[in-house]
Design a protein around this ligand. Structure first.
Ligand SMILES: Nc1nc2c(c(=O)[nH]1)N[C@H]1C(S)=C(S)[C@@H](COP(=O)(O)OP(=O)(O)OC[C@H]3O[C@@H](n4cnc5c(=O)[nH]c(N)nc54)[C@H](O)[C@@H]3O)O[C@H]1N2
Ligand SMILES: Nc1nc2c(c(=O)[nH]1)N[C@H]1C(S)=C(S)[C@@H](COP(=O)(O)OP(=O)(O)OC[C@H]3O[C@@H](n4cnc5c(=O)[nH]c(N)nc54)[C@H](O)[C@@H]3O)O[C@H]1N2
Ligand code: SF4
Ligand SMILES: [Mo]
Length: 577
């Protein structure tokens, strides 16, 4: 027997999967193109939680649910926190929000992921409507700007064969090695680079004036702002030559260009402005509202789909959550003790909450610290639906196999709703609700109906329909106060799920031996890791992948300016033997 489902992971591609005789294969038709990635190819090999436990002792699922009920019942509603992460990206995950919000508990807001960039996009365009994978496929030139597609979005690669490729990344990534042009710029200098590109485009009369006059008429003021940048000093500082700027402009002028951005550009306090400046360069080129042109970032996977769940609740930030303020903390689909910034703060704060509940699939730092552990069912054993943040397909995820282990989010929410007398519709009702937002196209796939294939055709979604340029250059010259920390995604793990990395990567010329144990420290904490040489890095950077134990001892729990978003690369680091 075979059935079709979809990968639940937090990933651009949202692959569709053929489940046949217990094996997972990428669907041949549509965007999945017949292949999956290492996470899904080995999905069933990773040991999952089997039995619930309380204070280290194994208990039955019934006992676990009773304990959970007690932990909720015996405290003030305002002392109960629901902290949900993105371990599973499908839409039914939110059903627990419905219970906790309706009950009067506290939820979280903000993001550890793409929030600064998203805020920048909304400032400029009035909304975050994404350029989809299928539109990128129609471009002639692709600029990968802080995105590592071989690792994080491999299903985009077959679509960009034969295109001109430009990569802007402090690491010589795989795509950088085969690109027509790679700018290995210094981290967190993208704002200046984007503004300089706009400036030179204007000087060379390369702007799309017709587009600008119609949709972004403040562009002359923006050009003036870019003139505040001292060219020679800044180019030296960011590690890019005038010739390279010229090469980029020559490659993109009068072409269908897709600027494919990743989260790498916005892991800084000024991440909002960085994204806005990249968007402004796209506007100067007139890339919006045209086929095969635009900026592809992490759109909202929820775009065009209205949630059926009640989520109205008091909310606290996900970035610097004060767990100590709560008596019962219910953590679902997240490993905050590894993935939130400033792990030492998180550990201290979580240790002060009376009851910590972990509802997840795998053992990790958070399951180890939890009082009550409840195994979830994996996506194969429950019903769900998913959408993507990089294309417009809606995929259905019916239960394809049976397992007695764990409980689904729906069943857990249904139990709590029943015990606390809160209304909840049937699971089928919600699945149908989601499906109502999709239409089937000739290729057989279901697409979210209300997403525009080419957004911003009739102008932007700002008040006057015009693009809003940055009007202030808020950037201080960054003195050298230590090495830059790059903490991006690993090919072997999905954040802290699957095979987690264990090393600090650095350039061999720094003089540390392969395998040597080093202490890396920042203003917020330190971590000990073994050295792996990596000459794809700049000499002023070290790389510790997301999911590496202890990496977030080094990161700050401050928010980005003007966004409720974490900033994982703000702190500089030092190395000691
Ligand atoms: N294999 C794998 N795939 C994943 C994930 C995973 O953990 N593993 N995680 C998923 C999630 S949650 C997300 S959000 C996406 C993110 O996927 P991506 O957007 O690709 O994000 P990152 O890997 O964090 O960073 C991308 C690139 O940004 C570069 N970068 C770092 N700092 C800078 C900078 O200052 N300027 C510029 N221009 N570039 C910079 C890094 O070197 C890296 O090559 O991936 C998803 N897919
Ligand atoms: N240093 C550093 N830190 C980072 C990042 C970085 O690049 N560098 N990236 C940030 C980003 S972009 C993100 S999105 C976050 C991600 O951070 P998290 O959202 O915490 O994601 P994961 O580490 O993948 O942990 C998810 C957990 O979800 C559980 N899970 C999986 N499937 C299910 C399910 O079906 N049901 C339930 N109930 N649980 C499930 C698994 O047990 C897993 O441990 O990390 C952020 N932290
Ligand atoms: S590429 Fe992404 S969506 Fe596809 S199987 Fe891998 S993790 Fe899942
Ligand atoms: Mo993310």
């Amino acid at each position: 027997m075979s059935s079709v489902t979809a990968c639940p992971l937090d990933c651009y591609d949202a692959c569709e999967i053929l489940f046949s005789d217990g094996r997972l294969k990428g669907l041949k038709s549509g965007h999945t193109q017949g292949f999956l990635c290492p996470h899904m190819n080995h999905y069933e090999k990773h040991a999952t939680l089997k039995t619930p436990r309380y204070k280290g002792k194994e208990i039955s699922l019934e006992e676990a649910l009773l304990k959970l009920k007690e932990m909720i019942f015996s405290h003030e509603k305002s002392e109960i926190l629901h902290y949900r992460g993105s371990g599973n990206f499908a839409l039914m995950q939110e059903v627990t929000d419905h219970f906790f919000a309706s009950y009067g508990a506290v939820l979280t807001e903000g993001t550890l992921c793409d929030g600064a960039g998203e805020a920048g996009i909304i400032e400029g365009r009035g909304s975050n409507k994404n350029m989809s994978l299928h539109e990128v496929a129609k471009s002639e030139v692709v600029i990968f700007w802080g995105r590592n597609p071989h690792t994080t979005s491999s299903h985009l690669l077959p679509f960009i064969k034969d295109k001109k490729i430009i990569v802007i990344d402090p690491i010589k990534t795989r795509i950088a090695k085969s690109a027509d042009l790679h700018l290995q710029l210094k981290p967190n200098t993208d704002l200046l680079l984007a503004m300089l590109l706009s400036r030179f485009l204007h000087i060379e009369n390369g702007c799309d004036e017709e587009f600008l006059d119609a949709h972004a008429s403040d562009y002359e003021e923006y050009y003036e702002l870019t003139q505040n940048i001292r060219i020679k000093a800044v180019l030296e500082q960011i590690g890019v030559s005038l010739g390279q700027l010229g090469e980029i402009l020559a490659m993109v002028k009068d072409k269908r260009v897709a600027i494919v951005c990743g989260v790498g550009i916005q892991k800084y306090s000024n991440g909002v402005d960085v994204m806005r400046a990249i968007d402004a360069f796209a506007a100067m080129l007139g890339l919006f509202g045209k086929e095969g042109c635009g900026v592809s970032y992490l759109g909202s996977s929820r775009e065009g789909v209205v949630s059926p769940f009640n989520k109205k609740a008091k909310k606290v930030s996900k970035v610097d959550t004060e767990f100590a303020d709560f008596k019962t903390v219910f953590i679902q689909g997240a490993n905050p003790l590894s993935q939130m910034p400033n792990s030492l703060r998180v550990r201290e704060s979580i240790s002060k909450a009376r009851n910590v509940v972990y509802f997840g699939l795998y053992e990790n730092e958070t399951s180890a610290a939890a009082d009550l552990v409840i195994p979830a069912k994996s996506f194969l054993y429950k019903n769900d639906v998913r959408t993507s943040y990089s294309h417009n397909v809606m995929s259905f995820m019916p239960k394809v196999a049976h397992s007695d282990i764990g409980i689904s989010e729906y069943d857990l929410a249904a139990y709590l709703c029943k015990e606390f007398d809160i209304e909840l519709e049937s699971e089928d009702f919600y699945i149908k609700h989601f499906k109502n937002f999709a239409v089937q196209k000739i290729d057989g796939s279901w697409y979210v109906e209300n997403r525009e294939e080419i957004p911003y055709k009739d102008g932007f979604d700002t008040k006057n329909k015009e693009f809003v340029f940055l009007d202030e250059l808020d950037y201080k010259v960054d003195e050298d106060k230590g090495l830059h920390l790059i903490t991006c995604k690993s090919p072997t793990s999905l954040n802290s799920q699957f095979n987690r990395e264990e090393s600090v990567h650095l350039h061999s010329s720094l003089g540390y031996k392969e395998g040597e144990m080093l202490t890396i420290s920042s203003a917020d904490g330190s971590v000990e890791l073994r050295v792996k040489h990596n000459d794809d890095l700049r000499e002023d950077c070290i790389l510790i992948y997301s999911g590496t134990r202890g990496v977030n001892n080094l990161t700050t729990s401050k928010h980005a300016l003007y966004a409720k978003s974490a900033i994982f690369q703000e702190n500089r680091v030092e190395i000691k033997r």
